[in-house]
Design a protein. Structure first.
Length: 317
């Protein structure tokens, strides 16, 4: 009973920070974002984002494999070093993790940018600058750099515990170093490989900051909340109609669409003192401030009356 009681804080932690968030995600998956009604529309439209899912998984697998190729020799060297050197080398591996993830990513942006340090050196030599950033390769580079320690740590923890007598016995039986590694060391380190691959793949497949800062407009991953321009090209006609209908329902409290014109309804007392920008902030909390301020130039046209499509286009630019 005492041992089970000690696990209670862990169970509470898991319930609050794992079960509850998953329940919230499931709830929003089966409810309409505007009305809150139960619906399967969100699930039925998942195929629209299939290219994003596939690209995210591909880049995550590629970065995980590169981390494995780089991290395994590093972990093997750490495990083979003298005990007093292992602590120092392990600290060097962990040292970059003491710096903010955002700063480490921005440091690579400063290096790879068109006017960054690397291209600055190249142009100073009279050569043309290289397209080092805003590519899938740059995104994979950012993933590998940021998540490489997650591969090294579990591999090191497994390799350092291997009994050296097993390799000595294999050598005494006539195995070459390659055979010792392939038939003894590698099979025994599989748990570390699986753990390291998982620890790299999971954050890599859901990252968004790396893809935003080092990728192009076409590098939209699963975790990317930005909704960049390339997403519009992937929308089907059905999805566009659904989004337009949701937007219209959201705006119907304030705009009369009955005659095909976006005529403001001034019969609400609270609406009268609001200016155009405040109205947009009140109605569309999901719109960025830049988009709302940019829409100010359309204020005169708005007062004259816009069609719904014109109004929708103006806001969504």
């Amino acid at each position: 009973m005492k041992n089970k009681a000690l696990a209670a804080p862990y169970l509470v932690w898991m319930a609050i920070f794992t079960v509850v968030p998953l329940g919230i995600v499931i709830w929003f998956s089966f409810t309409d974002s505007i009305t809150g009604a139960f619906t399967f529309d969100n699930i039925s439209r998942m195929g629209t984002y299939l290219p994003i899912f596939l690209k995210s998984i591909w880049l995550a697998i590629l970065s995980s494999l590169i981390c494995l190729v780089i991290g395994y020799p590093v972990a093997y060297c750490l495990a083979s070093a003298a005990p007093e050197r292992q602590r120092f080398l392990y600290m060097l591996v962990m040292l970059p993790m003491c710096m903010s993830f955002l700063l480490r990513t921005l440091a690579w942006v400063a290096l790879l940018d068109d006017t960054g340090i690397i291209n600055g050196v190249i142009t100073s030599l009279g050569l043309q600058p290289l397209p080092l950033i805003r590519t899938d390769g740059a995104v994979v580079l950012g993933m590998v750099y940021n998540y490489l320690p997650y591969m090294i740590m579990p591999l090191y923890s497994v390799l350092v515990k291997l009994d050296p007598r097993l390799t000595e016995a294999a050598e005494d039986l006539g195995c070459t170093p390659a055979q010792v590694f392939g038939q003894v060391t590698l099979p025994l380190s599989v748990p570390g490989i699986i753990s390291g691959f998982t620890m790299v793949f999971v954050p890599a497949v859901s990252t968004f900051y790396i893809s935003q800062k080092m990728g192009s407009a076409g590098t939209t991953l699963i975790g990317d909340p930005s909704g960049r321009t390339d997403m519009r090209q992937m929308l089907t006609e059905e999805t566009i109609k659904h989004n337009a209908e949701c937007f219209k329902r959201q705006m119907e409290r304030f705009i009369d669409f009955s005659d095909g014109k976006a005529l403001m309804l001034y019969n609400s007392e609270w609406l009268k003192p609001l200016n155009y920008i405040e109205l947009l902030r009140e109605v569309g909390a999901c719109f960025s401030v830049n988009n709302m301020l940019r829409a100010e130039c359309y204020k005169q046209r708005m007062e004259k009356g816009l069609s719904f499509l014109e109004f929708n286009y103006m806001i969504m630019q």
